[in-house]
Design a protein around this ligand. Structure first.
Ligand SMILES: C[S@@+](CC[C@H](N)C(=O)[O-])C[C@H]1O[C@@H](n2cnc3c(N)ncnc32)[C@H](O)[C@@H]1O
Length: 258
């Protein structure tokens, strides 16, 4: 059985306690949206699991959204479908009810990722798209030098890609998703060429990994990154990223068909 917090949150993050900043820092990025749209193809009825505030839901699809956190559901814009209060591991839908389904930046939070993906496979006739991070690549990012605990946490949370593909069954492709320099969706790697933006505590708050480290670790990060930016050490090592149009980090899109 999936444990739920007071807010209904069903994963390893209590969105009821994280505050209302998520939607302003995690705005869907149009280039990433394009990659997701391509994976969904010409599907009409699309299920979005762990839908949050509705990022990447478009009018091109008839969306059914599943979101367990009350705080997240409350932040969804009025123009979007009201999200159903349910969890990935136990979807309240019939077999093959949807043309396609997607879960974006969510599977690493589930208590049982394999069970949730098997449920998505069960209720979906066509492709299942999973936007996630490859844990084998998470530590390759410069942030590891300044906040190792944050990325160690991430490397532990993200399920191995082989676990995801095994749960999805059928044929699964894994496509790296290039991250644009001005990415509007503020996950950690989105700031690869704009390190100053990660000094904003509210930007960090919108990436759940930071809620797993204590104030001391956050303060140490702030001090060491500020020092490296001030001395030029960050730019000596990573300054080339400031003008790199896209970054191939750990972000991947899995697309599973039967
Ligand atoms: C980082 S947010 C991503 C939200 C949205 N997909 C996006 O791209 O902005 C992760 C979401 O997964 C949801 N979640 C966590 N555990 C879940 C579960 N077991 N079943 C369904 N959703 C879950 C959280 O409540 C949260 O809204």
């Amino acid at each position: 059985m999936v444990m739920r917090t007071h807010d209904g949150s069903a994963g390893d993050v209590d969105y009821g306690s994280l505050g209302p900043g998520y939607a302003s820092y995690r705005r869907p990025d149009e280039r990433i949206a394009h990659v997701i749209a391509r994976a969904l193809g010409d599907a009409r009825a699309v299920l979005n699991v762990g839908a949050g505030t509705g990022s990447y839901e478009t009018e091109a699809h008839a969306i059914t959204a599943v979101e367990p956190s009350l705080a997240m559901r409350a932040m969804r814009p009025a123009r979007l479908a009201t999200a159903i209060d349910a969890v990935a591991e136990d979807l309240p839908f019939a077999d093959g009810e949807f043309d396609a389904s997607m879960t974006l930046f969510s599977v690493h939070q589930w208590s049982d990722a394999a069970a949730g993906l098997r449920e998505m496979r069960r209720v979906t006739r066509g492709p299942v798209a999973v936007l996630t991070c490859d844990p084998a690549r998470v530590r390759d990012f410069w942030l590891y030098e300044y906040a190792p605990d944050v990325l160690e946490t991430e490397a532990r949370r993200y399920p191995p890609l082989r676990l995801l593909t095994a749960a999805l069954g059928g044929t699964t492709t894994v496509e790296p998703v290039p991250i644009p320099l001005d990415c509007t969706d503020g996950f950690n790697e989105a700031y690869y060429g704009r390190p100053e933006l990660l000094l904003d505590p509210a930007a960090r708050q919108a990436c759940s990994a930071w809620s797993f480290v204590d104030d001391r670790a956050r303060q140490d990060f702030d001090t060491s990154l500020r020092r490296a930016l001030g001395s030029g050490a960050w730019d000596d090592a990573f300054g080339h990223l400031r003008s790199r149009p896209t970054y191939d980090g750990s972000l991947v899109l899995l697309r599973a068909t039967r």
